[in-house]
Design a protein around this ligand. Structure first.
Ligand SMILES: CC(C)(COP(=O)(O)OP(=O)(O)OC[C@H]1O[C@@H](n2cnc3c(N)ncnc32)[C@H](O)[C@@H]1OP(=O)(O)O)[C@@H](O)C(=O)NCCC(=O)NCCS
Length: 181
C-alpha cells in the first residue's frame, strides 16, 4: 500500500456562525462546533483512507473561549497518525471576527476514525509519509496520547472494580456532595 503525506488529505471547512446556531446566552452551541469537527474529520480521514471512515473516539474538545454569532469559524484538519485501520485527525479551530479581523484559536482536538471496507469491517489504511519534523512530532504526540488513554482507562477500570467503600468515602471528603445512605 503506497504511503500518503498528511498534506495529501488536508481539509479545511469554513462556516459563518448564523443566529440559528446560537444558544440562549447568544453564543454558538457547542453541538454545532462538534458537528463541524466531525464533518471535517470524516472528510480528511476518508481522503487519506480511500474508504469511508467512522468516528470512534474524540479527545481534547474543550470549549474555553465562546464563539460569537457572525464569527467565521475555520476548522483545519490534518492526519496526525495512522495505525492499521485507524487514523487520528488533528483539528485546529479558529474563529475570526470579520469586523475587527481578530482571529482566536478556540481549540485543537483529535478525532480517531476507523476506515471501513465494503464488508463493513475495519479496513487497512495507507501508511503516512512524514516529510517534515512538525508532522513527525504530531505522530509522536498521537502515540503518547494513545498510551496515556490506555493507562487512564486501565486506572478507571481498576477504580471501578477495586476501590473500597472507605477509599471512596475519603475521596469524596470536602467535595460538594451530601451523602445520605
Ligand atoms: C470502532 C470499531 C470499528 C472497532 O471495531 P472492531 O471490530 O472491534 O475492530 P478492532 O478492535 O480491530 O479496532 C479497529 C481499530 O479501531 C481502534 N479502536 C477501537 N476502539 C477504539 C477507541 N475507543 N479509541 C481509539 N481507537 C479505537 C483500534 O485500536 C484499531 O486500530 P488499528 O487497526 O489502527 O490498530 C467498531 O466498534 C465500530 O464500528 N464502532 C462504531 C463506530 C461508529 O459507527 N461511529 C459513528 C458514530 S455512532
Amino acid at each position: 500500500m503506497q504511503a500518503r503525506t498528511p498534506q495529501d488529505s488536508d481539509t479545511i471547512i469554513t462556516e459563518l456562525m448564523v443566529p440559528a446556531y446560537a444558544n440562549f446566552g447568544g453564543k454558538i452551541h457547542g453541538g454545532i462546533l462538534l458537528g463541524l469537527m466531525d464533518k471535517v474529520a470524516y472528510a480528511c480521514s476518508t481522503k487519506h483512507a480511500g474508504n469511508y471512515c467512522v468516528t470512534v473516539s474524540v479527545d481534547g474538545v474543550d470549549f474555553i473561549e465562546p464563539v460569537e454569532v457572525g464569527d467565521l469559524v475555520c476548522m483545519m484538519a490534518r492526519v496526525n497518525y495512522v495505525g492499521n485501520t485507524s487514523i487520528v485527525v488533528g483539528i485546529k479551530v479558529t474563529a475570526e471576527n470579520v469586523k475587527n479581523r481578530s482571529v482566536k484559536h478556540t481549540n485543537t482536538c483529535y478525532f480517531t476514525m476507523v476506515a471501513k471496507g465494503d464488508n463493513g469491517k475495519p479496513a487497512k489504511v495507507p501508511p503516512l509519509l512524514l516529510d517534515n519534523f512538525t508532522d513527525v512530532k504530531r505522530f509522536g504526540e498521537a502515540l503518547f496520547r494513545k498510551d496515556l488513554k490506555k493507562y487512564r482507562n486501565e486506572q478507571m477500570k481498576r477504580n471501578k472494580t477495586e476501590i473500597s467503600k472507605d477509599e471512596l468515602m475519603s475521596l469524596l471528603q470536602g467535595e460538594r456532595c451530601e451523602i445520605h445512605l
